[in-house]
Ligand binder design. Structure first.
Ligand code: KIV
Ligand code: ZN
Length: 507
């Protein structure tokens, strides 16, 4: 039988420490409910003493959730523990997460203390927290850089004091997988009473090794992993939930299972990304928009013959759209033929060669080839595209003002105008453009990049739009970010089935 690995999600605590990712209580409850549905075992809902907002969030999440254990973070300080216990009082299952720095640097240059004094404080904090709850997790901050012999002494003492979970954080993301694995193994083999607690990993991604370290930790005996959705967190982030879960799901021979309903991964990833304003990098494992996209001819041919040729995970298993074949100048005949057949075209081998030659000419001029391009390539005259261009954009926005945008679009030489409000300038402008087009377009992602730290930034905006179940990508660039966003939006729109000037509302 497989061993159970507990998933401790800290998106709402470590993840939320990222500048710009602050959530209000309602948003945190929304994320917490989604994490409960996803099947996480423990939710670290906040650091109650850090602010009244964090206290309230931990309290409200405790009231609303049923299955996961709700956890509150504290320092090894009595007041912190009192406040956390109070915030957790409505939780059906509760845990206090307390701890202190144990590395030489933290002991001597942060806490200005000694090893013996830190050990005593750790034990005192665990005993004190035990007055309130049975389930106590102890973290040895900067354990990644802590001497293993001293770390084992601390761990042994806090287990004797009642700790049920021992968190070994690689706080600075310093460890190599072998080092981290060795550390867990050392504790498993050298701490008296280790069987009374479980070891947890908590890895940061400063060297890009958070997932590798976490997996190695588990292979050496850890049975809880601390993770965040999309890997968000301090600096380079925390270990990402989806990577660890899918690693063990993909390597069944490792005999480790979790309670995660993996088909919900993409949905929760998108929710966290949009509520926290943290775009997911396109090539992010599992949840990036290119994670299941194939653009080279050799790969497209292989995937069309058998998906497993170039994919180790079925996209359906993580709730993603099916594998996508992106038609570019590097695509081969197999991908072109497949897409044209989906659009209803059939042809002989010779005809295919002829269409393929014309396709390559077109693909050399355009980056991505959409269905509408293929229609015109096939000579489908009545579906010839009418290009939608931005003719005018005026936005009024500011503090304590409702952002309002006027957008005028040129559609096949005719001008159409709308004005709309929104949450911000970009939202207002996109709402106005949507009002003109009157298509049920759903924006999945708006990824903004800027290229200088001065106010004369050049903005680049990538947009993902969904229409009739298909995703379209658009890109816009302009010195003004709102203009770049509208240009990106229209770029995606222009890749869809044609807008026609005789659409009733455009006449
Ligand atoms: O990275 C870290 O050490 C932490 C602890 C507070 C658990 O986040
Ligand atoms: Zn951390």
């Amino acid at each position: 039988m497989a061993d159970r690995l507990y998933i401790f999600d800290t998106t709402l605590r470590d993840g939320e420490q990222v500048p710009g990712c602050k959530l209000n209580t309602e948003e945190k409850i929304e994320v917490a409910k989604a994490l409960e549905e996803l099947g996480v075992d423990v939710i670290e809902a906040g650091f109650p003493i850090s602010s009244p907002g964090d206290f309230l969030s931990v309290q409200e999440i405790s009231k609303v959730l049923t299955y996961p254990t709700i956890c509150g973070l504290t320092r090894a300080v009595e007041k912190d523990i009192d406040v956390a216990a109070d915030a957790l009082k409505y939780a059906k299952q509760k845990r206090i997460h307390t701890g202190i720095g144990t590395s030489y640097l933290h002991v001597h240059h942060k806490l200005m203390s000694t090893e013996d004094e830190v050990l005593e404080r750790a034990v005192r904090a665990v005993k004190y927290a035990k007055k309130y709850v049975e389930d106590i997790e102890f973290y040895a901050e900067d354990a990644g850089r802590t001497d293993n012999v001293y770390l084992a002494r601390v761990v042994e003492a806090v287990i004797a004091a009642g700790a049920t979970v021992i968190n070994i954080p690689d706080t600075t993301g310093y460890c190599l997988p072998e080092m981290f694995g060795e550390k867990i193994k050392y504790l498993m083999e050298n701490v008296k009473g280790m069987h009374k607690a479980i070891i947890s990993t908590h890895c940061h991604n400063d060297l890009g090794m958070a997932t590798a370290n976490t997996v190695t930790g588990v292979l050496n005996g850890a049975r809880q992993v601390e993770v965040t959705m999309n890997g968000i967190g301090e600096r380079a982030g925390n270990t990402s939930l989806e990577e660890v879960v899918m690693t063990f799901k993909s390597h069944k021979d490792l005999n480790i299972e979790t309670n995660i309903n993996t088909r919900k991964i993409h949905q929760v990833s998108r929710m966290v990304s949009s509520l926290m304003n943290m775009p997911v990098q396109p090539n992010k494992a599992i949840v990036g928009r290119n994670a299941f996209a194939h653009s080279s001819g050799i790969h497209q041919d292989g995937v069309l013959k058998l998906r497993e040729n170039y994919e180790i995970i079925d996209p359906i298993e993580v709730g993603a759209h099916e594998s996508s074949i992106v038609l570019t100048a590097r695509s081969g005949r197999a991908a072109l033929k497949h897409r044209l057949m989906v659009l209803g075209y059939t042809f002989t081998q010779d005809e295919l060669q002829e269409v393929y030659n014309r396709f390559l000419e077109m693909a050399d001029k355009k980056k991505d080839i959409g269905d509408d391009d293929l229609e015109s390539l096939m000579g489908n005259a009545e579906k010839q595209k009418v290009v939608v261009k931005l003719d005018l954009l005026q936005v009024v926005t500011g503090k304590n003002l409702l952002p309002v945008a006027i957008v005028k679009l040129d559609i096949g030489g005719k001008k159409y105008q709308a004005s709309e409000s929104g949450i911000g300038g970009i939202d207002a402008a996109l709402n106005a453009a949507k009002a003109i087009l009157r298509r049920p377009l759903r924006i999945h992602e708006v990824l903004i990049q800027t290229f200088s730290r001065t106010s004369e930034e050049v903005g680049k905006v990538h947009i993902q739009l969904e229409w009739e179940g298909k995703i379209y990508y658009g890109f816009g660039s302009h010195d003004d970010l709102i203009t770049a966003a509208v240009e990106g939006f229209l770029d995606a729109v222009n890749k869809m089935a044609p807008i026609t000037v005789d659409q009733p509302h455009l006449a």
